[in-house]
Structure formats: structure tokens, C-alpha cells
Design a binder for this molecule. Structure first.
Ligand SMILES: *Cc1c(COP(=O)(O)O)cnc(C)c1O
Length: 480
């Protein structure tokens, strides 16, 4: 816009004021000229922003196979429900008597989540998975403190999501890593050796970030419990077994799940998320307040829980997400939820079978909802994971998660989710196979990708750490 600016062009013509200059408002209210402000017609401005809006990639446009993120399609009926006037217009300060419907949606969602995960009680306050972890570990701390000793250490497998150690640290714990075995699972021997009475909790991602289910979860829980510790389950990836298995039945004490993953509420772009936390009865008294409770005349909010860790979010969390997730759960029912997990696992394994051999599979344990490859087979052509990801953009796909989990060198972590059909999976695989062939025949075309996007390779570190999000004459000057 700055480049297209022509001095004197206007967006619209306001009739000239024929009175004395500045007198209608008073000169103090008149804005100064903004130096260097672009001058364009309305048509040019509208076209500029419309063109920019088309540069976004979204799940409504094509597959979004970001491993660990569960970027599934969000059915539009959820949006319709969340926009019902009684939900969308409810003021967060309404007295409970005037918000009975909203409170009932929250109470219902809590009970659905209890049923789905086998936990005894939920809080819907946390606004993200990471905040759910923080809330969960705060409750773990409160539990141990109530028994006289908060303990010092949180054990976390080396395949964990990066938010796990961050949450443990924020709650004042020291993090110790537990190595994975050759299957990519928790090394039970190491765990047994390390389990002592300074360990507060094990934070376990299951299925772990290799997309592998921890087969010894029952034994893992027994080891922790025998030593007086607890088990926290990072259930962000519930998509892999929702409707099939329940963490509560496996011995887990506290867990979070992400409504913006498994339960199909909007995701990413900084929009509101939701990371409800479920606990077993032993921890329920520490849940954040206020809690939605039933009394004879309907629902009310109660802060009457002496041992609560307090509030973790303003009001009651992101209610719009609760309405969407409740709609999604009701629309699918028990059978539908099971089919979600089964189709997600089937889709991931379909990709695995079609790509295995061409792309290197570092762990051959059975895959659940996502599959992890590496760039090992491409090394001899001088092509890396980053190059494959960039080249995929030329073929119209959002790249998968790359270089995560950290225990796989050059990882490509692909999660198709259940919402892709076979045509889309095949198109994605074809692009991946074509890229592998290009790496052999013409590696430079892959190494210098993307070729069709508005900008080529960015400095990834600078783009993340020092993003320039707004033009101003000042930044323009400092750049030149
Ligand atoms: C996404 C994810 C998280 C964090 O969730 P946010 O909502 O992004 O904070 C934590 N653990 C795992 C395994 C995840 O996939």
C-alpha cells in the first residue's frame, strides 16, 4: 500500500467544510497528518486486503497435517450453536439465575468429559492445553502439601511435549527426564529405579509424541502410586483413543484435554482455546473456583471450596468453546466418538504404509493417530526435512510438524486426523512421493523451495523472535 501510494488520492470525498478551519470541533480535536501515510482509492484498499486474506491457509481450504496439533475440520453446526443469541450475548457478569442455560451447558460438558475420560470431576476454566497442565500440577502440589510435603521433582519422559516441563517448572518443581526405550516408550526400568519419595508426579503424554501408545501405562501408574506419587496425563492427543479407552480406567489421577483438538473447536491463530482438566475424587477438592453446582432451584456458581487452588481464568473460561464442544460431542454420540478415533488411526496408518520405505521410519512401533518419519533417506541428496516442508507448499499443502519430537533427528510428524477422505490422503502422499523423487533427480528444486508462494524462504529464527507485524515509517527507516 505504501508503494502504491500517490499523493492526493482519496478513499472517499467528504464535502468540504466551508466554515473557518478547525472551529467546528476545536483545533485540539483535529488529528495531525500521519507522516508517510499511504494515499489510495477505496477500491485499491479493498482489493489489497482481500488479496492478503487469500494468502492465509486454513482447514477450510485443504488438509492441515500438523502432528500433535490435531487440526481437524470444525463442523459449521458448532458455530451455529455457539452463535445462538442466549449463548453469544450472555454477559459474563450475569447473575446465575439469569444464565441457567449456559451453566447447564457447562455442567453437561463436564459430565460428558467425565464419562469420556473416566475421571470424576472437571474444570473448564483453563484456556489452553498448557494452562490445563499448569492447573493440574498446581492441584498435584496442593494435594502433596495437604499431606505435609509438596515433594520436589516432576518426572517427564524425553518424548514429552515442550509445555510439560514448562508447566512443572512454573509450579516450583524440578524436572527430571526419563529416557525412552527402543520402542519410543517410557523405560520402565529407569522409572522404577528413579521412583523415590521426592517425586510428586509423572507427566505422561499418551499416546506419546511418537504417536505410540504406552502399553505399560497400568504398571507405570502402579509404580508411581506405590511411591506415593501421582500420574498426570497429557491428554491433548485424545483423538487417538477417544471412545475406545479411558485414562481414568488406566489409573491416571489428573489430566487435561484440548477442546481445540479432539473436540473440534477452532484452533490456532491465537484464537480462544480451552483445556479442561479432569481429576479423580482424591483431587476434586483442589479444583479451581467457582464451580458449577446443582442445587434445588437449578445451577449455581460456588466458591465454597476451602482447599481450591483458586481461579486460573477470568469468569468461567472460554464459554463459546464449551458450547461448540458440547454440540460436537452430542452430534457424534458414543459410537461417533469411537469412529473418530478409529478413522484417525486408520488414516495415519494409511499414510504410513504408502510412505514407508521412501521416507525413513525411525520407530516401527504401531502408530496411532500420527506417524513420524525422518529425512535420513534424503540425506545423501543433501535434502533436509525443512526442504520437504517448504516444497509441500508448492504442491498446495500445509506442511506437517517438523523437527519435533526432539528425540527424532529431522522429524516429519504427520497427523492427517479423521476428517480427511481418501482422495485428500492420496493427493498428499503423491506430493510427498514426488518430492522424494525430485530430491533424487533435481535436489536443487527442493532445496530452494517454495517457488509459488508470495515470499520464499524466511529467516525462521528471526521471524519467530523478532517478527515485524506492522509497518511504520520508523521500522522502514531502521531496516534500510
Ligand atoms: C497441543 C499440545 C499441548 C499444548 O496445548 P495448547 O493448547 O497449545 O497450550 C500440550 N501437550 C500436547 C501433547 C499437545 O499436543
Amino acid at each position: 500500500m505504501f508503494e502504491k501510494s500517490v499523493a492526493g488520492k482519496r478513499g472517499c470525498d467528504v464535502p468540504l467544510w466551508d466554515g473557518p478551519n478547525g472551529e467546528a470541533l476545536g483545533s485540539g480535536y483535529l488529528r495531525d497528518e500521519i507522516p508517510g501515510f499511504p494515499e489510495l482509492s477505496e477500491r485499491e484498499v479493498v482489493r489489497h486486503f482481500t488479496r492478503l486474506s487469500k494468502l492465509n491457509y486454513a482447514n477450510d481450504e485443504g488438509p492441515y497435517p500438523l502432528g500433535s496439533c490435531t487440526m481437524k475440520y470444525n463442523p459449521k453446526v458448532n458455530e451455529k450453536v455457539a452463535r445462538l443469541e442466549g449463548f453469544a450475548e450472555a454477559h459474563p457478569l450475569l447473575p446465575p439465575e439469569a444464565a441457567q442455560g449456559c451453566l447447564q451447558v457447562m455442567a453437561d460438558l463436564e459430565s460428558y468429559l467425565c464419562e469420556i475420560t473416566g475421571m470424576d470431576a472437571y474444570t473448564l476454566q483453563p484456556a489452553a492445553g498448557a494452562q490445563g497442565e499448569f492447573t493440574g500440577i498446581k492441584m498435584v502440589r496442593a494435594y502433596h502439601e495437604s499431606r505435609g510435603n509438596p515433594r520436589r521433582v516432576v518426572l517427564i519422559p524425553d518424548s514429552a511435549h515442550g509445555t510439560n516441563p514448562a508447566s512443572a517448572h512454573l509450579c516450583g518443581y524440578r524436572v527430571e527426564q526419563i529416557a525412552s526405550d527402543e520402542r519410543g516408550c517410557v523405560h520402565l526400568g529407569f522409572l522404577k529405579e528413579r521412583m523415590r519419595d521426592d517425586v510428586a508426579v509423572l507427566m505422561l503424554t499418551n499416546p506419546n509424541t511418537l504417536g505410540v501408545f504406552e502399553p505399560e501405562i497400568g504398571e507405570i501408574c502402579r509404580v508411581l502410586h506405590q511411591g506415593g506419587g501421582l500420574v498426570y496425563l497429557d491428554g491433548a492427543n485424545l483423538n487417538a483413543f477417544v471412545g475406545v479407552a479411558r485414562p481414568g480406567d488406566m489409573g491416571v489421577d489428573v489430566m487435561h484435554t484440548n477442546l481445540h483438538k479432539t473436540f473440534s473447536t477452532p484452533h490456532g491463530g491465537g484464537g480462544p482455546g480451552s483445556g479442561p482438566v479432569g481429576v479423580k475424587e482424591t483431587l476434586a477438592r483442589f479444583l479451581p473456583v467457582p464451580r458449577v453446582i446443582r442445587h434445588e432451584k437449578g445451577w449455581r456458581l460456588s466458591s465454597d471450596f476451602q482447599e481450591s487452588i483458586g481461579k486460573v481464568h477470568s469468569f468461567n473460561g472460554n464459554f463459546g468453546m464449551h458450547a461448540r464442544a458440547a454440540a460436537y460431542i452430542l452430534a457424534n454420540g458414543a459410537q461417533g466418538l469411537r469412529e473418530i478415533a478409529e478413522s484417525a488411526v486408520l488414516n495415519a496408518n494409511y499414510l504410513r504404509k504408502r510412505l514407508e520405505g521412501v521416507y525413513h521410519l525411525p520407530y516401527d512401533s504401531p502408530s496411532l493417530h500420527e506417524v513420524i518419519f525422518s529425512d535420513k533417506h534424503l540425506e545423501k541428496h543433501g535434502v533436509k526435512t525443512l526442504d520437504v516442508a517448504k516444497r509441500l507448499m508448492d504442491y498446495g499443502f500445509h506442511p506437517p510438524t517438523i523437527y519435533f519430537p526432539l528425540i527424532v533427528k529431522g522429524a516429519l510428524m504427520i497427523e492427517p486426523t479423521e476428517s480427511e477422505g481418501i482422495e485428500d490422503l492420496d493427493a498428499f502422499v503423491d506430493a510427498m512421493l514426488r518430492i522424494a523423487k525430485e530430491a533424487e533427480d533435481d535436489p536443487e528444486v527442493v532445496r530452494s523451495a517454495p517457488h509459488t508462494t508470495p515470499v520464499g524462504r524466511l529467516d525462521e529464527a528471526a521471524a519467530a523472535r523478532r517478527p515485524v507485524l506492522r509497518w511504520s515509517p520508523h521500522t522502514e527507516k531502521s531496516r534500510s
